[in-house]
Design a protein around this ligand. Structure first.
Ligand code: NAP
Ligand code: MG
Length: 500
């Protein structure tokens, strides 16, 4: 069947069985307390189901299963080829179930089916394939010594990894962490965001089907303060990798310092700039990048380029073209392949975004498109919103909004743009449009952030490390060969040598 119409996706949605339990030691189990929470479709406010609300007891059970599996060695000490085979089988199963998973993710999160098909159906399996393929081609080192000694530098899996996830790319963020952690040989305990627990639970089931031993991959849905905190404070979790807000990331450092000093990898918020230099033609490519940089995924994107710096003399031209494109955006039913922007993830989040829009108006920025909730829906939609006359230092130019808001800040000199763009507690991503290679290099070198995109809004891909400077991240990186390092210890083995 060539799936193309909203009705086709609705039919698939109607036939889906949603996971509702935790996944511990290779099986779906209820939370020990019996507690459950209600999971919604934010595009319709319809209840999708009740999901096990895990707490400390369930995290204990999951960590015990993960530790047993790790110590038994069927995964942690398996030949890398054996781990590769399982990860490749998982990638194949994910591709086979791509449409089912994409529809489930769209219902759970309000994201468009088009994005879900790309992320869940295409990128997620590629992650398991890429790290599966990588792991039997990763070598240790031999240090230079005299001939009587042999000094080996080898990498070993850290042990039990706790992975705590956000809701904006539910299965993709799971894959960013799971694929390298599993490839490295770790056992894992995953906590999805409370808004979006479904697809990672389904993935766990598929991983078991692919041959992952029981206990290696455990999923504990639940709330941050209970399940999340229990992971952060657990004394038998060896490492945590977290993606979410800077505020909660800071809590994980506190949990670690108050428990077993586990290392914590943090991928957090951003307030990324999009800088148009005066030599760049304001053509279709630039305008389409500007709009998706701010509005893609409803702006619920850690590296969204909300702050758009434009030369004062070019601002009218830029705004006219951006506004024409924004007016043409299709916002609404996420299951319609024609939809380009879906819902905010929850009523709370919609309120938060609308609060920022009001703050922008209150501080003197001018709404030139959108500026409120999208009427006619039971779900939680915000109109794509554009602000003119944003001034560096305003609340909307400082704090992460995480919603469909684009703000235009005029500048006179390129160095002024560089200074304002860099003046943020965040440092995740920046975009620069210019045809001048010297300026491109100057901005790329000077912008204090983990990714700089020149002439394209992008976050790189599987092969390139992703993470933030300043309060956007720790030194840990997701993606690329760098991600594996989060889940490995480095050991020196020194054999023989002269007696000293
Ligand atoms: P969040 O509120 O920080 O939540 C992230 C995770 O932490 C969720 O699983 C959450 O559980 C859990 N959590 C919340 N409070 C906790 C607590 N007191 N103790 C332990 N765990 C706790 O972030 P979010 O709203 O889901 O996601 C949006 C944020 O993620 C944005 O700031 C965005 O920039 C960031 N993000 C960063 C990247 C990156 O790679 N840098 C990528 C995507 C998103 P509950 O869901 O149950 O609250
Ligand atoms: Mg949901």
């Amino acid at each position: 069947m060539d799936i193309a119409t909203p009705n086709d996706y609705r039919a698939i949605a109607a036939g889906l069985a949603f996971p509702s339990e935790a996944f511990i030691n290779g099986r779906f189990v209820a939370a020990r307390s019996g507690a459950r929470f209600t999971n919604l479709n934010p595009a319709t406010a319809a209840i999708l189901g009740e999901v096990a609300a895990c707490d400390e007891d369930d995290v204990d059970a999951a960590v015990a299963a993960a530790r047993r599996a790790f110590d038994a060695g069927a995964w942690s000490r398996a030949a890398p080829e054996a781990r590769k085979d399982v990860l490749l089988r998982l990638a194949a199963l994910l591709r086979e179930h791509a449409v089912e998973l994409a529809v489930m993710e769209s219902l759970d999160s309000g994201k468009t089916i088009t994005d879900c098909l790309n992320e869940v159906g295409h990128e997620v399996p590629n992650f398991f394939q890429w790290y599966g393929e990588l792991i039997d081609k990763s070598f240790g080192k031999v240090a230079p010594t005299d001939e009587s000694a042999l000094a080996l530098i080898v990498h070993e899996p850290v042990g039990v990894a706790g992975l705590v996830l956000p809701w904006n790319f539910p299965l993709l963020m799971a894959a960013w962490k799971l694929a390298p952690a599993l490839a490295a040989g770790c056992s894992v305990v995953v906590k999805p965001a409370e808004q979006t627990p479904l697809t990672v639970l389904r993935l766990a089931e598929l991983a078991a089907q692919a041959g992952l031993p029981d206990g290696v991959l455990n999923v504990v849905p639940g709330f941050g303060e209970t399940a999340g905190q229990a992971i952060g404070r657990h004394r038998d979790i060896d490492v945590v990798s977290f993606t979410g807000s800077t505020e909660v990331g800071a809590l994980f450092l506190k949990y670690a310092s108050e428990s077993n000093l586990k290392p914590v990898g943090l991928e957090m918020g951003g307030k990324s700039p999009f800088i148009v230099l005066d030599d760049a033609p304001i053509d279709d490519a630039l305008v389409s990048n500007a709009v998706s940089a701010a509005l893609w995924n409803g702006g619920q994107n850690c590296s969204a380029n909300m702050r758009q710096f434009v030369p004062r003399a070019r601002k009218d031209e830029f705004l006219d073209k951006v506004l024409a494109r924004v007016a043409a955006l299709t916002v609404g039913d996420p299951l319609d392949p024609a939809t380009e922007m879906g819902a905010m993830v929850s009523a709370d989040h919609q309120r938060r975004v609308l609060g920022y829009i009001e703050a922008g108006i209150g501080e003197g920025a001018r709404v030139v498109a959108g500026g409120g909730a999208l009427e006619g829906h039971d779900g939680y939609f915000v109109k794509p919103t554009v602000f003119d006359d944003v001034v560096h230092g305003m609340t909307i130019a400082t704090e992460e909004i995480f919603g469909p808001v684009l703000g235009v800040i005029a500048f006179s000199e390129p160095e002024e743009a560089l200074r304002m763009a860099s003046d943020s507690v965040y440092g995740l991503h920046a975009t620069v449009f210019t045809r001048d290679i010297d300026r491109a290099l100057h901005f790329a070198r000077r912008l204090p952030c983990g990714t700089v995109s020149i002439n394209r809004f992008s976050e790189g891909d599987i092969k390139t490390p992703f993470g933030g400077y300043k309060r956007s991240g720790s030194l840990a990186r997701d993606n690329g060969t760098e991600a594996i390092a989060q889940y490995q210890q480095t050991k020196t083995i020194w054999i023989g040598g002269p007696e000293g």
